[in-house]
Design a protein around this ligand. Structure first.
Ligand SMILES: C=CC1=C(C)c2cc3[nH]c(cc4nc(cc5[nH]c(cc1n2)c(C)c5CCC(=O)O)C(CCC(=O)O)=C4C)c(C)c3C=C
Ligand SMILES: [Fe+2]
Length: 528
């Protein structure tokens, strides 16, 4: 993998934040996740292996049958008239055709700035999201002000990163390529579907995608977050927005949907990751005689520890995902040692540990000389792979004594991966609009699917019900000088905020009004 052209990154290296002594957080799953796991284990199954037969019998109970004994398609290639009507497909059930459906697949992703001018407004949208900066209820009216402050403080460091990778994020281009490849793969399986890219914080916004879903007359929608592991900060935030959009538009009530909240356990995804790791190991980046000593270093995007304390399954899913990939490697005769660490922390609270930078230093100190970085929470190249891993962490590794460095590319449009996503969509289609929710029972009854499935409101409802009270964030601020720019950004933001509020409270004519901060104009998604 050729590294991106890296500017000198020493000055902007991920902050060496001092940490609190807080112990490991108790793990608390979403109830839906735990319930689905139980259903699967009680029937002696896991989501990952070939379970076409069980799936087939589960589906026939629902009056639907598989077209083939092996992998889907569940759908016959439509007549030419159906093919002509883009998005049309013929759903086959035990009783025969049940009518024409127009299928859509909504791909959820985060979005990224297209140019350097977009960086601050993109960051504003991100920090204005209550699933990213979580404030206690009485302080929530301050979200726009805090978003303005934090995005303004963060923008220079962020802009530097985007500049180093060519002046903007490649996320939109790659996600659109994935959407086109997924559509083609579905077509090759006999499923005619539209695919839509729905970004959370930048163009094409989720609102635009939903307008297109409406315009195309989609009747069955499969919602597929492009995050293999579920976090409330990513997939959860997008689902919350989606829930709002679906509720507020009566024309969308006719669109039946199903969500695939996480899919890291799918065999095709695990295989594709293992393929990429093996290819990179054999790329020549490492001396042949040292191949067994290469440390396989999984680097995942972090989240604040408080998210996990509240029940976000992200950490557990990440650990399970790494185990699955390592298991696949072992089956191929690769038994290297591995590490999972978390990158990209932002702000003054405690994030998931170990931190990637600390881990790299520790491994080097412990004698590791060859390191293969594997981005594990990302399926596309973007700033955190191209700049943070390829530049910052590579430079840190070299300074720390790592002599041989490799980095596994992101999956992007890897054919095994796209084919597996298409299978995930095909397998989810029979569940569209059919998940039963008997009163008082668990909201999901899709325990027979290969991956857990749900509907937007049911998933969020379960998450919110099980969510524990927001713990007081563990601030990592210590008075005194530290090297950490992040920590200082956090301190400055909080001090500025306190001053603003004090002025507002004491004069009644606060800075918010004088500077018209509450009337900020940002690039926001168009109304749907
Ligand atoms: C699994 C993936 C991701 C998780 C979890 C996640 C949580 C999370 N992120 C921030 C803050 C920022 N994220 C930024 C960009 C960004 N993050 C992800 C993925 C996850 N984020 C992606 C795909 C991107 C887009 C990258 C691109 O190429 O444009 C940024 C902006 C970039 C930067 O300044 O570093 C910020 C800021 C928080 C606070 C958070 C959890 C609470
Ligand atoms: Fe992020």
């Amino acid at each position: 993998m050729r590294p991106a052209p890296c500017a000198s990154t020493t000055a902007s290296r991920a902050a060496e934040a001092s940490t609190s002594g807080r112990g490991a957080a108790p793990q608390q799953n979403h109830r839906w996740l735990a319930a689905l796991r139980q259903q699967n284990s009680s029937s002696g199954r896991r989501w990952q292996s070939g379970q076409q037969q069980q799936l087939s019998s589960a589906l026939s109970q629902r009056g639907q049958r598989l077209q083939a004994a092996t992998s889907p398609p569940f759908f016959e290639r439509g007549s030419s008239s159906l093919d002509e009507a883009a998005g049309g497909a013929q759903l086959t059930a035990a009783s025969g055709a049940v009518g024409q459906e127009r299928i859509g697949v909504l791909l959820l992703n985060l979005g990224g700035p297209d140019s350097l001018d977009d960086v601050q407004p993109f960051l504003y949208n991100l920090f204005a999201d209550p699933d990213i900066i979580r404030l206690p209820a009485p302080a929530q009216f301050l979200q726009p002000v805090i978003a303005q402050l934090v995005s303004t403080l963060r923008a220079p460091k962020s802009r530097e990163g985007y500049e180093a990778i060519g002046g903007g994020s490649p996320l939109r281009r790659i996600t659109e390529e994935q959407a086109a490849a997924l559509r083609a793969s579905l077509q090759s399986k006999g499923i005619s579907a539209h695919t839509y890219v729905a970004m959370r914080y930048w163009f094409p916004f989720t609102e635009e995608a939903i307008s297109a879903v409406k315009r195309d007359g989609i009747t069955q929608l499969v919602v597929l977050p492009l995050y293999p592991q579920f976090s409330v900060s990513t997939s959860g935030s997008s689902l919350r927005l989606l829930e709002r959009l679906l509720k507020q538009d009566p024309m969308l009530t006719g669109v039946k949907h199903v969500v695939i909240p996480s899919w890291y356990q799918r065999p095709g995804y695990v295989r594709a990751m293992a393929d990429l790791i093996v290819a990179e190991l054999r790329s020549g980046a490492f001396p042949a005689e040292e191949l067994d000593d290469v440390e396989i270093f999984f680097s995942a995007h972090g989240v604040p520890v408080s998210y996990i304390d509240e029940g976000d399954p992200y950490k557990e899913e990440m650990e399970e995902c790494v185990q699955l990939v390592m298991g696949e490697l072992k089956r191929r005769g690769i038994a290297n040692s591995h590490t999972l660490a978390y990158q990209s922390r932002v702000g003054p609270v405690e994030w998931l540990k170990p931190y990637t930078d600390d881990s790299i230093r520790d491994l080097a100190r412990g004698g590791v000389r060859s390191l293969l970085a594997v981005p594990i929470s990302f399926v596309s190249e973007h700033i955190e792979t191209l700049e943070e891993i390829d530049c910052e962490y590579r430079e840190l590794a070299e300074e720390s004594g790592i002599q041989h460095w490799g980095r596994v590319p992101a999956l992007n449009t890897n054919p095994t991966f796209i084919d597996d996503l298409a299978d995930a969509v095909a397998e989810a289609l029979p569940y569209v609009g059919s998940l039963q929710r008997p009163a008082g029972a668990l909201p999901l009854s899709a325990g027979d699917s290969l991956v857990p499935l749900g509907e937007v409101d049911a998933l969020l409802e379960t998450y919110d019900r099980d969510r524990k009270a927001l713990p007081t964030p563990v601030l990592m601020w210590r008075w005194g000088w530290t090297k950490s720019a992040e920590t200082w950004n956090g301190r400055i933001a909080m001090l500025a905020l306190v001053l603003i509020l004090l002025l507002e409270a004491t004069t009644g004519r606060g800075v918010l009004t004088l500077t018209r901060m509450l009337e900020m104009h940002h690039l926001m998604p168009p109304p749907s």
